[in-house]
Design a protein around this ligand. Sequence first.
Ligand code: MN
Length: 209
Amino acid sequence: MSTTVPEPGHLKIGADGSMQGATSSYTKRLGEMGGVYRDEDAYQALLAELGPDHLVYQVQEHRNVTTEGALIIGTSTLLPGRVGDEFAVTRGHLHALADRAELYHCLSGTGVMLLETVDGESQAVPLQAGEAAHVPGHWIHRSVNTGDEPFVTLFCYPADAGQDYSIIQDAGGMASLVVGTENGWATRSNPDHHGYTTAAVTASSNRGI
Ligand code: MN
């Protein structure tokens, strides 16, 4: 095999998000989630109760080259939880190359893919095992666990996409919050959100969801 051609991946993927054959993995812990949840008092109380090393989500992925046309394939396992009335979330991002799309296929648990455009459109796509969200380019996206079990998704996106996390931070959070209700969950307008600025669509980082 030519050295310029990557080796194929053979992946064994479990409903719990386990991924034999992954090339990398990372975790996001409660102490790294400062500023993500709207209720800062609830976040600080949970931090004091569970500690900064408490796992929020983990990602396993298979990636080789990052050239145009290559893929990153992985699993995201978001543990259940609440911060105030907000359900557990991933940080969320817009792709640094904003037109890059992404697939999220739910393997287990129940959750929501929260999707927003910089123009103010917002959609919450509910997911359970066997259901998938096709996230087009130009949609900011975040996973939300609305259930009592880990919310596990298989994702696949272009390897050159990159991630811009600051766009959410700079906007005062996403426009919608996914909160608990008597019957499950609902979206609620985030009063701290003051609009996305496309000037923020320049930063990038190389990994993460
Ligand atoms: Mn993404």
